[in-house]
Design a protein around this ligand. Structure first.
Ligand code: UDP
Ligand code: MG
Length: 167
């Protein structure tokens, strides 16, 4: 069955100019990219994304890392990959969380490092399972930013909404 997964190229991946390398490696999966954007990461978004790490001693460093404060790159590239067995296929090429344990043939094994303060700078994120993928995709993307219908949606009418438009 087709499924979806969130991929983030983290600020270290952007700083190391790895976007092309990572996308090329991920293209081996033959999955389809159905959403993509460059996004500034607010503290709120970073905390929500890593809510399961809240009690870790390195949580504060992790939030700074995702926000780009350690790499002078205050953005990440976010994408949704979609297709058969998408979650496992992407995780396999991504490699283990700890870049020292990740196989050298994986993206994290090839390009990741551990900082002196102990944070795993592992250049990309990939959802670990279906529940996580759904939560994360809904956190990073609105329905209209994704070109396929992944989850149920509703139309709501908003009044008095200010919006920036081109002049
Ligand atoms: N992380 C870390 N040290 C650890 C575990 C995790 O620095 O001991 C960081 C690492 O950047 C990782 C992120 O926290 O990607 C989220 O951890 P998780 O266990 O969810 O790993 P992932 O799903 O990214 O492989
Ligand atoms: Mg995870």
């Amino acid at each position: 069955m087709k499924e979806q997964t969130l991929v983030l190229i983290k600020p270290d991946g952007l700083k190391k100019s790895l976007t092309g390398n990572i996308l090329t490696r991920l293209s081996e999966t033959r999955l389809e990219i159905v959403a993509s954007k460059i996004k500034r990461v607010s503290r709120e978004l970073a905390e929500k994304h890593y809510c399961h790490m809240k009690n870790e001693p390195f949580f504060e460093d992790l939030i700074k890392y995702l926000q780009g404060e350690l790499h002078d790159r205050k953005k990440v590239m976010a994408m949704v990959y979609w297709g058969e067995d998408a979650i496992n296929k992407v995780r396999a090429i991504c490699g283990k969380t700890n870049p020292e344990e990740a196989e050298a043939t994986t993206i994290r094994g090839a390009y990741g490092r551990i900082t002196t303060s102990g944070v795993y700078e592992n250049v990309m994120h990939a959802s670990a399972n279906r529940e996580e993928a759904e939560r994360e995709i809904k956190l990073w993307f609105s329905p209209d930013e994704i070109i396929v219908d992944l989850f149920p949606t509703a139309i709501i009418k908003k009044e008095n909404i200010k919006e920036r438009v081109w002049v």
